[in-house]
Design a protein around this ligand. Structure first.
Ligand code: PEP
Ligand code: MN
Length: 362
C-alpha cells in the first residue's frame, strides 16, 4: 500500500514536469458514464496527460448548472483507476479542498472567480497547509496581475511547492471576438515574473467557441507556454455547461496533432550564433531609440520653457492631432500598425507633458 502511494506521488511529480503538459476533460462532471467515457476516449488519443472536470461550478448567474458536487468525486477516482490519468478539479472553499483530497484528486486549481477574492484564496491556502498537492492558479477575471500574484504568494506561503499558472483570459463587458480577452501582454509579464513556474494556457475559456481554439492554442505554444487545458465532452452541444466551447476527445487529439510544437531552445551552435548576432542588432537599435527619445525630451523641455514664458498651455490639441496623423501615415509605410503607433506616441506624449509640467511648476 505504502509502495503504491509512493509510486503515485512520483507519477504526479513526473507528469507535472512533462512538456507540453496537456489537461483535458469536461467543463463539468455530469454523470458517471459521461466522466468514464470522456476519460477513456481521451486516454485513447495518447496525447492527454491529465483529466479535468468541474465538480463545483462557480456560475456567474444563479440558475445555471452548479455542478454535481461531492458525489462526482468517486467517478473521477474510478476514471483514474481505469485510464491511469491523474485528475484535476477546481476548488473554491476549504471543505472542497478536504473532499477533493479525500477522494485522491491529484491536482487542485483555483478558478478565475476565486483568484479575485483574497478571503477565499486565504481560506484555501489555510486548508492546504501540510498537504503536498500541486496547485494551479487561474488568472483573476479582471486584468490585475497583483491579484494573480497575491494568490500565488498565499498558496506558496501555505507550503505548496508545485504551483502552476493558468492563463484563461480576462472578462470585459459586451460582446467581443473572445469570451475572455487573452491580453497576451499581461500573461507575458506574469511569465516574466515567474520564469520557473509551470505556465499553461486555457484556450477554451479564452475563446468561448470552437472555431478559434486551434489559433489561440497555437499562439500560446508560439509564446513558449508549458501546456494547455482544453475542455472536452462526449456530446459537446448538449453539455450542461460551456457547451459552445467544448470539443470531443477525438477532436482534442486532432487539435493537438495540428499544433506546430515549438521549443524555446535548440542545441545548434550555428543557430545560437545567428540568433545572438540578430539580438545584438536589436540591442544596438534599442540603445539608439533611447538616445533619440532622450534628445526628444530635451527639446520638449525647451518648448516647455518657451510655453511657460509666453504663458500658453502645455496641451495643444491641434498640434497633437497633427503629430499622430503624420506618424500614422509614416508608420504605415514602414509596416507599423496604427494601434501600435498610437500607443507608442501616447506614451511619448505623456512623458513630454510630465516633463513640461515639471518645468511649469518649477
Ligand atoms: C472552468 O475551468 O470550467 C472554469 C470555471 O474556468 P474559469 O475559472 O477560468 O472561469
Ligand atoms: Mn468551463
Amino acid at each position: 500500500m505504502q509502495q503504491t502511494m509512493e509510486n503515485q506521488k512520483t507519477t504526479i511529480q513526473e507528469i507535472w514536469k512533462k512538456r507540453p503538459l496537456i489537461i483535458s476533460g469536461p467543463c463539468s462532471a455530469e454523470t458517471e458514464e459521461q466522466v468514464m467515457e470522456t476519460a477513456t476516449r481521451l486516454a485513447k488519443t495518447g496525447k492527454v496527460d491529465m483529466l479535468r472536470a468541474g465538480i463545483w461550478k462557480p456560475r456567474t448567474r444563479p440558475g445555471s448548472f452548479e455542478g454535481v458536487g461531492t458525489k462526482g468525486l468517486p467517478w473521477l477516482q474510478q476514471a483514474k483507476k481505469v485510464t491511469g490519468l491523474p485528475t484535476a478539479i477546481e476548488v473554491a472553499t476549504a471543505k472542497q479542498v478536504e473532499d477533493a483530497l479525500h477522494f485522491d484528486v491529484d491536482v487542485l486549481w483555483l478558478g478565475a472567480r476565486t483568484t479575485v477574492n483574497p478571503f477565499s484564496v486565504q481560506e484555501i491556502a489555510d486548508a492546504l497547509k501540510g498537504v503536498k498537492v500541486p496547485v494551479l492558479i487561474k488568472n483573476p477575471i479582471n486584468p490585475d496581475l497583483e491579484l494573480w500574484t497575491g494568490a500565488v504568494e498565499r498558496v506558496a506561503k501555505a507550503g505548496i511547492e508545485n504551483i502552476g499558472l493558468i492563463h484563461r483570459g480576462f472578462s470585459s463587458y459586451g460582446n467581443t471576438e473572445y469570451r475572455n480577452a487573452p491580453m497576451w501582454h499581461l500573461a507575458i509579464e506574469m511569465k516574466r515574473r515567474n520564469p520557473d513556474m509551470l505556465f499553461i494556457n486555457d484556450p477554451s475559456h479564452i475563446c468561448g467557441r470552437r472555431d478559434i481554439l486551434l489559433e489561440v492554442a497555437q499562439e500560446a505554444i508560439n509564446l513558449d507556454y508549458d501546456g494547455l487545458i482544453i475542455e472536452s465532452h462526449i456530446d459537446p452541444d448538449n453539455a450542461w455547461s460551456d457547451a459552445k466551447q467544448q470539443i470531443t476527445p477525438e477532436q482534442v487529439g486532432q487539435l493537438l496533432g495540428e499544433i506546430i510544437w515549438r521549443k524555446e531552445d535548440i542545441q545548434s551552435e550555428e543557430f545560437h550564433a545567428m540568433l545572438e548576432k540578430m539580438r545584438q542588432q536589436i540591442n544596438q537599435l534599442d540603445d539608439e531609440l533611447m538616445q533619440i527619445l532622450g534628445q526628444r525630451m530635451k527639446i520638449a523641455d525647451k518648448i516647455g520653457q518657451y510655453k511657460k514664458e509666453n504663458n500658453i498651455t502645455i496641451l495643444q490639441t491641434r498640434r497633437w492631432n497633427e503629430i499622430l496623423d503624420r506618424a500614422c501615415k509614416k508608420g504605415e509605410k514602414l509596416g507599423l500598425g496604427k494601434e501600435f503607433i498610437t500607443k507608442y506616441l501616447d506614451a511619448v506624449h505623456m512623458e513630454s507633458i510630465n516633463h513640461q509640467n515639471k518645468i511649469f511648476n518649477s
